[in-house]
Design a protein around this ligand. Sequence first.
Ligand code: SF4
Ligand code: SF4
Length: 212
Amino acid sequence: MDIVLNAIGRLSKEKIKIELPNHKILQYDIPKKIQISSCFFRTGVCIRCGLCCKKIKPNLYWFLDEEYNQLPDKVREKLDIIKIKVNGLERDIYEYKNCDLIDDNNLCSVHHIKPIECALLPIFIDQNKYLFTYLRKRKRGRFKIFGCNMYFTEFDEEAFKEWDLVYLEKLNKIAKYLGVKTFLPEIIEELKKSVKNKSINNNILIWETKKK
Ligand code: SF4
Ligand code: SF4
C-alpha cells in the first residue's frame, strides 16, 4: 500500500498526514518540483516468469467500490476492510493478504482488475531530499533482486493509452477518494498532449516553486 500512498503524497498539492492501522504514520510536504522524465515514455514488457508475484506474495489493496464490484467472488470472500486516516478523514480500504492469484501459466488471474500497486509497475514516482518529484519507469522492471528480466522497447502509443494513462486516471480517482488534491490532472493532461504532438523525448516540467 505504501507505493500507492507515496505516489499520491509525492504529487500532493497540500501537506498530508496518513495514519495506518499498524500505527505507522506517513507524512508528505508539497513537492518543490514535479517532472516527468523522458524515460517515462518507454514500454515495459513483462516476460511473465511469475517470479515477483510468487516470491513476494504481497498483500493486495483495492481502494474503490467500483473495483470491489468487479472482483471475482473467490477474492471478495477473502477481503478484510482496514481503515486509514488521511488528514483526519477516515477511509475504508479492501485488503487481501498474501496474494495467491497467479495461475499455473504465470498469469495474474485478476489482470483486468489488479490492484493499482501491481498495475502501475514499472512506473515509479520518486522524490529526493529536496522535495523534487520525478515520474520515471524503473530501469530493470519490477524487482531486480528476484532476477526480473522485464525489458523495455521503444514507445508504444497504444499500450501507453490503454494502460499507463488508464491507471494514472485510476490513481487520480483514488487520490480523490482519499480526499487529497494532487497534480495528477495536470500530469495526465500533459502526457496526453505530448503523445498527441509526438514530443516524447524530453523531460516535462509540471510544477516548480518560484525561486526567490
Ligand atoms: S494481483 Fe496479480 S500481479 Fe499482483 S501480485 Fe497478485 S498475481 Fe501478481
Ligand atoms: S519478475 Fe519481472 S518479468 Fe517476471 S513476472 Fe515479475 S515483472 Fe514480469
